[in-house]
Design a protein. Structure first.
Length: 151
């Protein structure tokens, strides 16, 4: 008899693999706000490692969970992942962890795809925000002093 936790994990992986416009996944949480919200339907399709690009939204295996994050940086064997809505969060994933790339989202009665202008705008905005946050952490405080006082 199969361990129930192992069976649940296999079921989740199959759900991602079988994702289509008829069988989409529900996004849970607030990590990817404002682009992905609780309850959005997301289509995730398997993708080759070489086809992943900076800014893509992927679903990956992290233990028994399958989070969805944005690729911030890609090296030969590792991705640095960030959340659009959580400022300081950084995760990493390797080629064997990737389950697929988000290709479409359904919200408020309409689908948008990753080639849609709204999707592209959200990707660019998220990448600029993440880059500025990374620069702010990297710059010494004497060059970029912390703001003090009231605005």
């Amino acid at each position: 008899m199969m361990d129930p936790d192992r069976a649940r994990l296999i079921g989740k992986e199959l759900q991602v693999e079988l994702s289509s416009s008829d069988n989409s996944l529900y996004f849970h949480g607030e990590s990817m706000l404002p682009f992905l919200r609780e309850g959005d339907l997301v289509i995730v399709r398997p993708v080759a490692w070489d086809d992943l690009r900076r800014g893509d939204i992927i679903t990956y295996r992290n233990g028994d969970k399958f989070p969805t994050r944005r690729i911030f940086k890609k090296s030969a064997d590792r991705l640095s992942l960030r959340c659009d809505g959580w400022i300081k969060f950084i995760a990493h994933a390797g080629p064997d962890d990737i389950l697929g790339r988000a290709e479409a989202r359904f919200r408020d009665g309409r689908w948008i795809t990753n080639s849609n202008r709204e999707w592209q705008w959200a990707m660019r905005r998220a990448m600029v925000r993440a880059t500025v946050r990374a620069w702010n952490r990297a710059l010494p405080r004497r060059i970029w002093p912390a703001r003090r006082g009231k605005r």
